[in-house]
Design a binder for this molecule. Structure first.
Ligand SMILES: [Cu+2]
Length: 181
């Protein structure tokens, strides 16, 4: 009896340690960089979604060190479609729409995909995005080729890494209602 109790305690401790250890790669993921050809991708991240959400967004910074412009499209198993969206102000309302033919990144240019700006859109989510997990996305560059990127999932409404606040949440939330997919 006592032996069994001790075993239970030990197992709980192991579980707790495993959970604590699981937090480490998540934190480290924020620093993960990717390169394909002349393209460099830094700080990919996504936002967790409520259970009923049918779409979600991913963000990162893309730099083109090449001599030619490149174009980005994407695919993911997490959703029916992966699109690159732009956002613009129309009649006082933020609207998002797919970037025609993908997102152009000019030679020498750095484009930051962030809330209220360009973003990777997961349309027709197959499951909610859970904080602490990652979304696997294949980024396809017309010239540089394809690269698999893991997007660590931050909290619902989380601000961009390094930004002061999550003040754009309302705006982005409003824009979601404008979406027609
Ligand atoms: Cu969008």
């Amino acid at each position: 009896m006592a032996n069994r109790l001790r075993n239970t305690v030990r197992c709980s401790l192991v579980t707790a340690l495993a959970l604590a250890a699981a937090q480490i790669p998540t934190d480290r993921c924020w620093a993960a960089d990717y390169s394909v050809g002349s393209i460099h991708i830094t700080q990919p991240w996504a936002r967790a979604t409520p259970k009923s959400a049918t779409s979600a967004a991913g963000y990162m910074t893309v730099t083109n060190d090449g001599a030619a412009a490149d174009r980005l499209t994407c695919s993911t198993d997490a959703a029916a479609q992966c699109q690159i969206h732009s956002m613009s102000m129309e009649g006082g309302v933020m609207k998002m729409r797919p970037a025609e033919g993908g997102l152009e990144i000019k030679p020498g240019e750095t484009v930051t995909l962030k809330p209220s700006g360009f973003h990777v859109m997961f349309v027709g989510l197959k499951h909610p995005l859970e904080q602490g997990k990652t979304v696997a996305v294949t980024l396809k560059f017309e010239h540089a080729g394809a690269v698999d990127v893991e997007y660590p999932i931050a909290a619902i409404g989380a601000p961009a890494p390094g930004s002061a606040s999550g003040g754009d949440t309302m705006m982005h939330g409003g824009s979601m209602m404008q979406m027609k997919h």
